[in-house]
Ligand binder design. Structure first.
Ligand code: PSU
Ligand code: MN
Length: 303
């Protein structure tokens, strides 16, 4: 059988045996975290999963081939090369050009799902940008989750986005949003936003049960699991508010638009906070990887 993607031997064996697998994205590594911490983080996320007996499947397109599960050389490439940022619509173009790219939440979800992977860990989802009623800037992460049966564990969406509008779009597109141990939607670096959720679960087994029920009752959409950072790990809220406002103003002044906006803001915020936001970003991502590992394990036990 030929597939339009390449599974690593490790991922292929785990999927065949029904063992737990968690997808990991490459845009967070390539465009969301500064070097060299991004390379360390990519390795660490994989190791957190392996230590929990879960197989990591880091996803990227290398030399025209979508790879599901990278070897050490591949992980180094996504951390060190200047890669394009590919969403779903870019995948065929990158493939045909025999080029390489990091995959966003949307593209990673799409490829993972093609391979039969059901659980995915990231830091934050893309969403509706501030001012989207004028710019129409809404991440394809949202529309992709409407048509892709994957459970994505994130710490919500960054406060650089319009959180209220993002939650509204997820509702319109029938993508369930479930708080992991909370009824408050998180705002990435902070444990809470001002938005309440309709649903919460207490553990991974409950998420797996919802996935099973959604396979029977849903229309093939994904599930957003919102996993807030523990209070003692969150960013100082006052510093968060101040730096966020400054970064948004700088993006405006620099005239940054389109898909360059998210990476610009992320790196600006790390700079302005002298790295404090970065430590929080890494902590929340590690937490999400752990929870995704638990969900994949519960899912594999259920089947
Ligand atoms: N949010 C983060 N870190 C990231 C991203 C989002 O906290 O690295 C990346 C993810 O890959 C996400 C993408 O899928 O940005 C969304 O970009 P856009 O808004 O251009 O769709
Ligand atoms: Mn966009």
């Amino acid at each position: 059988m030929t597939t339009p993607f390449l599974l690593s031997d490790e991922v292929s064996a785990a999927l065949d045996a029904g063992r737990p697998v968690v997808a990991l994205e490459s845009t967070i590594i390539s465009h969301g975290l500064p070097r060299p911490r991004n390379h360390e983080a990519a390795i660490e996320f994989e190791n957190i999963l392996r230590e929990a007996d879960v197989t990591p499947a880091t996803i990227a397109v290398l030399d025209g081939v979508p790879r599901i599960g990278l070897d050490a050389v591949g992980v180094r490439r996504i951390a060190e090369e200047e890669l394009a940022k590919a969403s779903v619509r870019d995948l065929p173009i990158i493939a045909a050009a025999r080029s390489s790219a990091a995959t966003t939440v949307a593209a990673t979800s799409h490829l993972a799902s093609l391979a039969g992977i059901r659980v995915f860990a990231t830091g934050g989802l893309g969403g509706v940008h501030r001012g989207a009623s004028e710019s129409f800037d809404e991440s394809a992460d949202i529309s992709t989750l409407a048509v892709t049966p994957i459970t994505v564990v994130s710490a919500g969406v960054k406060s650089v986005l319009d959180i209220a509008a993002t939650l509204e779009r997820l509702e319109t597109l029938s993508v369930p949003v479930i708080g992991f141990g909370t009824r408050i939607f998180p705002s990435f670096w902070l444990r809470e936003s001002e938005f309440e959720l309709d649903w919460a679960v207490n553990d991974a087994a409950e998420v797996a049960a919802i996935m099973k029920a959604q396979d029977e009752l849903g229309h093939g959409q994904g599930i957003v699991v919102a996993n807030p950072i523990p209070l003692d790990q969150q960013w100082d809220p006052a510093e968060h508010d101040r730096i966020l406002a400054d970064a948004l103003a700088l993006a405006d002044e620099a005239g940054v638009t389109g898909k360059a906006v998210t990476p610009f803001l992320l790196l600006k915020i790390v700079e302005l906070s002298e790295g404090r936001s970065l430590e929080v970003n890494l902590d929340l991502a590690r937490n999400n990887v752990r929870v995704a590992g638990q969900i994949a394990t519960a899912w594999s036990a259920l089947r």
